[in-house]
Design a protein around this ligand. Structure first.
Ligand SMILES: Cc1ncc(COP(=O)(O)O)c(C=O)c1O
Length: 425
């Protein structure tokens, strides 16, 4: 018998809920995240697709192709890890490292410590060499440590955002190949804004994120793996129960994470389309647009844009009387550190920039906290107008804090710099 339909009356006392998201206007000039390119935000507002819809799998394939260009590689295994940059690092390390493996980590800033931490949690026997923050290693120093430690893997940060300097990688691939060592690098903060040549430099695995030079939000981690690295990972392949079929691999030493198991993730992105996680569709749309932006602009052109605006910012900051932090020969294009002048409270200065001008600049970690501000010019914000505005606001903040500054010196020096570089307004 058909039951009478139950009538649901309107809620007589609807619950008050927090307001809709309406963030304040900010210009993000710190070490990342930065303002996302509006094109990326538009791509992220597209409707969802099923994970095996041919439109979706074709977007996945296009994303792989685009990131091969961004990483400058022919690597088939070039995909996205769902999660922030740290997820890419964990996926790489947990998939490459078997408990007991020896790993060498050169540490020259906070993110080297992060590599060590993750490798230790993967059960590696970790050896480190350390340098003062703001400096980098010579290839000879790294080779000497490889000789001593004989690691399976060298894990090194490219641009360490915490110190604003980048470790040269161009000679490390050949050194690693000579010693039979795998080379992993964290290119989160450098990719897209600094020269990066995955194949030419002989890098086995590199990971990144969107929230720096790629002009997107955090939450997706592009990764690329050489055939050699894929072989190492696939030697431990273990297809999970429930989708495993007769003849599928089951390893006696499986990768110690299911979510970050690159052997299974690569089968999900590859022709098998083996079910793993549900791809984060909206993040994929955003990541794809970030790569489209860079490839459309041209990688060398994007690097040059970061160099130009990064150098204009550094020139303006010096003209304000601020001392640049770190070895400037190895400065990343997209972020600069400055010593906080005597008499200025670093956090109060940052708060004034945010409250009075809506501009965010960065603090620092560990030994540099309270000593150094970090100012970024990257992705969508690597532009002349953002550089000049930030310098103008900084000048006023410094004056109000009692620092003696010649009026207009920062903006003027940056404008002169642009002129000397032939960059017309
Ligand atoms: C060099 C580097 N590695 C890793 C990370 C961690 O990235 P996420 O916060 O996206 O996990 C950052 C973040 O600033 C970074 O600069």
């Amino acid at each position: 018998m058909i039951q009478p339909r139950k009538v649901v009356m309107p809620n007589p006392s609807p619950r008050a809920v927090p307001n809709q998201i309406n963030p304040p206007q900010r210009l993000l000039m710190g070490p990342g995240p930065i303002n996302a390119d509006p094109r990326v935000l538009r791509a992220m507002s597209a409707q969802l697709l099923g994970q095996y819809d041919p439109a979706m799998t074709s977007y996945m394939n296009e994303t792989m192709e685009l990131y091969r260009e961004v990483f400058r590689t022919e690597n088939e295994a070039t995909v996205l890890i769902d999660g922030t940059s740290r997820a890419g690092i964990e996926a790489a390390l947990v998939s490459l490292i078997e408990p007991g493996d020896r790993v060498l980590v050169p540490i020259f800033g906070r993110f080297g410590h992060l590599l060590r931490e993750i490798a230790e949690r993967c059960g590696a026997e970790v050896h480190v060499i350390e340098r003062e923050w703001g400096t980098v290693f010579t290839p000879g120093e790294i080779e000497a440590a490889i000789d001593k430690v004989a690691p399976k893997l060298l894990a090194v940060v490219h641009g360490d955002t915490s110190t604003t300097v980048a470790q040269p990688l161009d000679e490390l691939g050949a050194i690693c190949a000579k010693h039979g060592v795998l080379l992993y690098t964290d290119a989160t903060a450098s990719l897209g804004g600094n020269t990066f040549e995955l194949d030419a430099w002989g890098i086995d695995v590199a990971t990144a994120g969107l929230q720096k030079c790629l002009g997107g939000p955090s939450g997706s981690a592009p990764i690329s793996l050489s055939a050699r690295a894929v072989d190492v990972i696939n030697s431990r392949k273990s297809i999970e129960a429930g989708i495993r079929v007769e003849g599928d691999a089951v390893s006696s030493s499986p990768i110690r994470s299911n979510y970050f198991d690159l052997a299974m993730i690569l089968d999900y992105w590859g022709p098998k389309r083996l079910n793993h996680h549900t791809e984060a569709t909206t993040m994929l749309f955003g990541s794809r647009e970030c790569a489209r932006l860079l490839v459309e602009e041209g990688l060398p052109q994007a690097v040059e844009r970061h160099r130009l605006h990064g150098a204009a910012m550094a020139t303006g900051l010096s003209a304000l009387g601020l001392e640049l932090f770190g070895d400037q020969n190895y400065k990343m294009n997209n972020v600069v550190g400055v010593e906080i002048p005597d008499g200025i409270d670093g956090d109060a200065g940052r708060a004034a920039m945010l409250n009075d001008y809506g501009i965010e600049i960065g603090t620092s970690f560990g030994p540099l906290h309270g000593r150094v501000w970090r100012i970024g010019t990257m992705g969508y914000n690597a532009r002349r107008d953002t550089v000049l505005l930030t310098l103008a606001a900084l000048e006023q903040m410094l004056r109000r804090g009692g620092v003696s500054v010649t009026g207009g010196s920062g903006v003027g020096a940056a404008l002169d710099f642009y002129e000397s570089e032939g960059d017309a307004a």
